[in-house]
Structures are given as C-alpha cells and as structure tokens.
Design a protein. Structure first.
Length: 159
C-alpha cells in the first residue's frame, strides 16, 4: 500500500512508460495493452477488512468494474499465501471477483491465451452471479464479444 513515509518502489518500466512493482505485473500490463484492454493500475478500493475496519486497498489491476487481477509473487511462502487468501475473501465479500495470477500462469508458450480465457470465464461468471436474470447491457455485450474475438485472434496466431 503506498505510503508517504515509505514511498513505493516501482522497479520495472515496460514500454508503456508506466512503472510497476514486479516483472510479473509489467508482463501482465504489456499483455493487456497489447490486446487493447483498458485497466487501472493499483486503483484505490474501499473495503471493510476481517476486523471490521474500513481500509483502502490497492489491487494490482482493475480490468472491469468488479474484476481485479492480483499478480502473486511469493507463492511458496505460507504466510504470503494465507494473507492472499484472506484478501481474496474480503474482495469477494465486496462483490469483486479476483483472478490471482500466479508465476506459473504467465510462463510458457500459450500463457496469453490461457489468461485471456480466464478473464472471459470470470467475467461471464460475474455477469451470471450479479446480473441475475437481467439482460446484459449493450456495453457488456460488446466487452464479452471483444474478449471472444481476442481469444480467437490469439488462437489463430498460434496455429
């Protein structure tokens, strides 16, 4: 969380001219930019934590009104993993769906397609869960159509 006492260290600067805290975040940001996906980096999200305290948290990316991406780094550390699980539950209580992007998920030949499919799946689930029986708005239909089109494009480039 940014602080005026200890300013955050932004180490990695991809071509987008934006600084990120890790190589993983920079890689995900480059991919989102490549496919033309708008995002907010470390937006301020108001939540009530497990102790009933109001907090401002800064997830790594917000890619839709209720869809967040958290790029995980220390997945082998049990305290980090437990804190991440608590954080994900708090976000879920506030109506957010979070994709926890672990290091192995952004490696390999087809990681971009897998991540895009995961984003599409999460967005579809969010619409089903929170929109209930209501029709999707025109904007939501366009977004889902764009995602499907981008998945097809990535798959065709692979072939």
């Amino acid at each position: 969380m940014p602080s005026s006492i200890n300013p955050p260290r932004y180490l990695f600067r991809p071509k987008a001219r934006q600084a990120f805290r890790s190589k993983g975040e920079a890689k995900v940001a480059r991919f989102l930019k490549k496919i033309g996906f708008d995002y907010l980096y470390e937006p301020a999200i108001s939540v009530m934590d497990d102790y009933g305290l109001d907090r401002i948290w800064h997830p790594d990316f917000q890619i839709a009104p209720h869809l967040l991406l958290e790029v995980c780094g220390m997945t082998g550390d049990s305290r980090y993993t437990a804190a991440l699980e608590r954080k994900l539950k708090v976000y879920e209580r506030h109506g957010y769906m979070v994709i926890a992007v672990k290091p192995h998920m952004i490696r390999g030949k087809h990681w971009e397609t897998r991540l895009l499919k995961m984003i599409h799946l999460f967005m579809s689930n969010w619409f089903q869960r929170y929109a209930g029986g209501f029709r999707k708005s025109h904007e939501q239909e366009l977004l889902m159509g764009k995602l499907k089109s981008r998945i097809r494009n990535l798959n065709s480039k692979r072939g």
